[in-house]
Design a binder for this molecule. Structure first.
Ligand SMILES: Cc1ncc(C[n+]2csc(CCOP(=O)(O)OP(=O)(O)O)c2C)c(N)n1
Length: 600
């Protein structure tokens, strides 16, 4: 994160949100990591006098955040878009109860699915949950809207969503910062049964309250200058929000604009105004026709998704093509070609501890019901040993379903789930497997960190975000407590033993668990041992080492007498895990130091 300097900084959207929260006097932040939201919490945690923590999943994070708000503390909760699905249960009712301390939920959406399994548009969720939503167009907006969101939350007694997208979260623009407020901890919880005990009789009036609040918020939305009318051309008006504003503004500088900072409650009066002022109004927005539907409900004559794609991320070229389709640009500017990007298909890192267990799973030809984490990459060639992936925690439930319904039991049924994902949402699945007596194996790939999202602490790591030592809960203890009778811990760098342990677990009648354990090769800092080399004159070109999919191993360009590719190992990438050594049938892979000894 950049240093504060003369109140003007070049900031990522995520850093700008952290600054906005700090300036609003927010004391408490809680999150579950997920791209593109993960940097907000560590950025906030660096401010003096605040407290920030990861929770095991988004539902818990929101519940913790609700508790913090109930003491009167301003509270920031962050997650990626699909995380909001996990948190929907508490959220849908918290919007009835309302807040004490301002409560801001950041939903980081991911159009184009740069690192997600879907590209849902959480403006829709905000409306469904009856919470106002802000939609920033740059880091300044992200900062300003976060600050306003805390005010609005307390003024209208509502949780507020700040919905950003990847391009806002991970791009830098200039931000003018404001004064820092001292973070304030609330005094204590104040009992208010009719508001905080949402049983039917108390909840009914709160629903009515939420409906009236939405109407009041719509008045605010119409007044607020973040929903900004820029009236120029009478011929063409554009209603837009988020990142799309930047593209369309560059392409049609003379058009009139309604730049929407708060998509819901929709600023209906301002939308009517631009429609009255302009002959034709086009809505340019990323993903769902959210603004378009709001405008059409009002009977406004707008166009939108007829021309603008509903899938994927918008960019200058896509918006230009849409405007050309709508007849608003005569010439589509030539697509700007940057420097060619060399395709880099995602692969497990060199030395990744997940590789060994997948080599074993491939050997036993298991159907592997997968989950989300680095280990999902095993779905791709050359490993191709993960056959489903829907959402975090799904692997175990999926495997219960297949195991209970398959009639021919052709192949072993195995769930693979990471340690972070198991803590997030695997525990109840395993409880179901055990208590249903399901014949299946659960492999917990334990690299002792939440690697995929940047190496965040999880309940097994024993440290927290603030650097404190905290109790760690061991996977073995949870698995045993859930009633699993067959549990093995394997070292995935030892291939033969791992394979034997996996076979034994699969043969067990009932639910078995293999904890496939080895710390991630990157966290803590990659431990570089002596790299390995291929003895060219011994390599027989069989390709066994290529098939483990290690990015440190490549074709050397040299050929054996039979014309087969001789492997080579990149010494800078090799971590010395020795998995390739274990699959090489001719012992052609040896430590570099040993070759030097031989050659000496
Ligand atoms: C509901 C939800 N929250 C967050 C994420 C982002 N995310 C993807 S994988 C992952 C955690 C992976 O950690 P772990 O299971 O330990 O596997 P590793 O990457 O370390 O192999 C997270 C948080 C997500 N995809 N879905």
């Amino acid at each position: 994160m950049s240093e504060k300097q003369e109140n003007r900084l070049l900031l990522y959207g995520n850093d700008a949100i952290a600054h906005g929260a700090r300036e609003a006097g927010c004391y408490f932040a809680v999150a579950y990591p997920g791209t593109p939201s993960s940097e907000i919490l560590p950025a906030f945690a660096q401010f003096p006098g605040v407290f920030a923590k990861w929770s095991p999943n988004e539902k818990v994070a929101v519940e913790v955040g609700i508790g913090s708000s109930l003491t009167g503390t301003r509270t920031l909760v962050t997650m990626k878009h699909v995380g909001v699905n996990v948190a929907m249960d508490p959220l849908m009712t918290f919007t009835y109860s309302g807040v004490r301390g301002g409560f801001v939920l950041v939903s980081a959406d991911d159009p184009e699915m740069h690192s997600s399994q879907n590209e849902q548009d959480n403006r829709c969720i905000a409306k469904f949950a009856k919470m106002p939503v802000f939609d920033p167009s740059n880091s300044q907006d992200a900062h300003d809207f976060t600050k306003i969101a805390f005010e609005l939350s307390e003024q209208f007694n509502t949780p507020v969503m700040l919905r950003e997208t990847t391009r806002i979260a991970h791009a830098q623009t200039m931000v003018t910062l404001g004064e820092w407020e001292e973070p304030v901890q609330g005094e204590h919880f104040v009992r208010d049964t009719s508001r905080f005990v949402m049983m039917p009789n108390f909840a009914r009036p709160r629903h009515a309250f939420a409906e009236q609040r939405s109407l009041d918020l719509q008045d605010w939305s119409n007044e607020w200058d973040g929903n900004r009318l820029e009236l120029k051309s009478k011929k063409i008006g554009i209603i837009t929000s988020g990142i799309a504003y930047n593209y369309v503004r560059e392409l049609l500088p003379d058009a009139s604009y309604l730049k929407i900072g708060m998509p819901w409650p929709f600023p209906d009066k301002k939308a009517k105004e631009i429609c009255d002022y302009c002959d034709r109004v086009l809505i340019v927005e990323e993903l769902e026709p959210f603004l378009e539907e709001e405008a059409k409900i009002l009977g406004l004559p707008v166009e939108g998704k007829k021309f603008v794609p509903r899938e994927g991320e918008l960019n200058l070229d896509r918006v230009a093509a849409s405007l050309a389709k709508a007849g608003l640009l005569d010439e589509v500017p030539e697509a700007r070609e940057g420097a060619p990007v060399i395709p880099r298909p995602p692969v497990l890192c060199a030395g990744c501890p997940h590789r060994g267990i997948y080599m074993a799973l491939k050997k036993v030809n298991a159907d592997v019901y997968g989950d989300i984490g680095c280990y999902t990459l095993a779905a791709l060639p050359p490993l191709e040993t993960l056959h489903t992936c829907f959402c975090m925690g799904a692997s175990i439930g999926n495997t219960i379903g297949t195991s209970l319904t398959e009639s021919d039991h052709k192949r072993p049924q195995v769930a693979v789930i990471g340690d972070g994902t198991f803590y997030h949402s695997g525990i109840t699945g395993l409880l179901d497997a055990v208590t249903s007596g399901v014949n299946m194996t659960v492999v917990i790939v334990d690299n002792s960190i939440t690697a995929m999202t940047g190496g965040q602490e999880n309940p097994g790591t024993g440290t927290d975000l603030m650097g404190n030592t905290v109790p760690a809960v061991k996977l073995e203890e949870i698995v045993t407590a859930l009633g699993v009778k067959k549990l093995t811990v394997s070292d995935t760098y030892d291939f033969d033993t791992t394979l034997a342990q996996l076979r034994e677990a699969i043969e067990y009648e009932g639910t078995s668990v293999v904890i496939a354990r080895r710390p991630c090769a990157l966290f803590p800092k990659k431990k570089k041992t002596n790299p390995f080399v291929v003895l060219e004159d011994v390599c027989n070109g069989c390709g066994a080492c290529f098939r483990i999919g290690c990015p440190a191993i490549a074709d050397s360009g040299k050929r054996t007498g039979k014309g087969l590719a001789i492997a080579e190992i990149d010494p800078a990438a090799c971590t010395g895990c020795e998995l390739c050594v274990q699959v090489c049938p001719v012992d052609a892979i040896i430590p570099q130091g040993k070759r030097e000894e031989v050659n000496a």
